[in-house]
Design a protein around this ligand. Structure first.
Ligand code: ATP
Length: 208
């Protein structure tokens, strides 16, 4: 069984995430994709704005009735910063040797691989499915393989329609009351609005 893993902050989940999950599923023959919101992402500059419970709920709404997508709370309440290697260790025990794990990620994240905890072990536990992200510079593959030689043969490129959305921009839009329609699933836009998520960012900035 081929299982895709899409880790992220999902603050909030958006159509870019759904697009890369679908493309990875089709092109790599994945049976299912697990969306795994990080408790405390280690390489992000700021703490997540929405709580882990809100971020999990938004992913649940985004997935909707797609029976091949699932949300996992495996990283939700792990104390301290979240490390992908710990998640992969847990999942490889849970799914056993029958399962092959594929980590789905954008080019922006691949470029930071050498800053992850134990990238060699990560690359033993899973293969990578990598997608372009709008606005990213051309990826320097030779330099990447020089920095992380273990990645050789473990990274597969997947193509998806480019979706020019980032959670950072969505938080900014939500903080000033701009519409998120067309960038997140409708149910997620409604949830953000009803819960008043990201409005605090505006208050924080106004106060500073
Ligand atoms: P932020 O703007 O807060 O940094 P984000 O939009 O990058 O958030 P994450 O939850 O951090 O969202 O991303 C999870 C994964 O999805 C990462 O591997 C990231 O590269 C990928 N990703 C996010 N948005 C896109 C997109 N528009 N196109 C391709 N990949 C994306």
């Amino acid at each position: 069984m081929n299982i895709g893993i899409l880790g992220g902050t999902f603050d909030p989940v958006h159509l870019g995430h759904l697009s890369i999950a679908k493309a990875a599923m089709d092109q790599a023959g994945l049976e299912r994709v697990l969306f795994i919101p990080a408790g405390q992402p280690r390489l992000k500059q700021a703490e997540p704005s929405a709580s882990i419970d809100h971020r999990i709920e938004m992913v649940r709404l985004a997935i909707g009735v797609n029976s091949r997508f699932d949300v996992s709370d495996i990283e939700a309440h792990r104390p301290g910063p979240t490390y992908t290697v710990d998640t992969l260790e847990e999942l490889s025990i849970k799914f056993g040797t029958e399962a092959d794990l594929y980590f789905i990620l954008g080019m922006d994240v691949l470029g930071q691989l050498d800053q992850w905890k134990d990238p060699e072990r990560v690359l033993k536990l899973c293969q990578f499915l990598v997608l372009d992200r709008p606005g990213e510079e051309v990826f320097d593959w030779p330099a990447f393989y020089r920095r992380v030689p273990e990645a050789e043969g473990r990274v597969q490129k997947v193509t998806a329609p480019l979706v020019d959305v980032s959670a950072t921009e969505l938080r900014r839009r939500a903080s000033v009351g701009e519409s998120l329609t067309g960038q997140v699933p409708d149910a997620v836009a409604e949830y953000i609005h009803k819960q008043g998520l990201y409005l605090k960012e505006r208050e924080g900035r106004a106060a500073s």
